[in-house]
Design a protein around this ligand. Sequence first.
Ligand SMILES: O=C(O)CCC(=O)C(=O)O
Ligand SMILES: [Fe+2]
Length: 240
Amino acid sequence: MMETALTLQHRIESQDWNHVDEQLCGRGFALLENVLSADECTELKVLYSQDHLFRSTIDMGRYRFGEGEYRYFRYPLPEVIQQLRTGMYPFLVPTANKFVRVLKTSAGYPTGHGEFLSYCHQEGQKRPTPLILRYEEGGYNTLHQDLYGDVYFPFQAVLFLNQPNKDFGGGEFVMTEQRPRAQSSAEVLQPNQGDILIFTTNYRPVNGVRGYYRVAMRHGVSRVKWGERVAVGIIFHDAH
Ligand SMILES: O=C(O)CCC(=O)C(=O)O
Ligand SMILES: [Fe+2]
């Protein structure tokens, strides 16, 4: 099949990572279009019902995180998720190091994901964070940041597994930016099935007259009007 002719690693390597860097620096997010085939999306979606793959399941309504359910994968992660997590990480490190250098928030990130995870584990963050989320009609996800301890990687990814306006309506991906002492602005995205969005987990630097300042970013999902929306979230740090 065409889609599987290129390995996932190949597809990751062939992305325009300079453009991703520009987008992340300029806007705090970057869309990789059409990375996963429809079959790969289906294979990921069906994982949702395989209980043995998960370490915990969260009813979002119960915690007032929204309406819907998500499940955190256990180690070992499903192969596609593992490959994307370790495969995308090194391409994001230069931008991550640029962010923390100008914001002076961290010493910087190692070039390999294994080394970064060892650091998380050493700091007591040992639980895997990749997750799969499912929203039905009326489902939504309140604006949040996925921080699970002091150690974090400044970017994360979402894999969009359903096609908007075919499988579901509404359920847009929403990001907000909070500038210091100003009101928030929002970006609303409706990526296609198979797209991967990379975005800022907590702050992005903006160059002002007195040097760089931090803009806090949050993300969430607007209400699903009909159908079912399933997504996989890949967070690069582990959790307490
Ligand atoms: O369902 C979505 O698109 C949002 C998922 C999310 O919040 C995450 O992956 O961190
Ligand atoms: Fe999230």
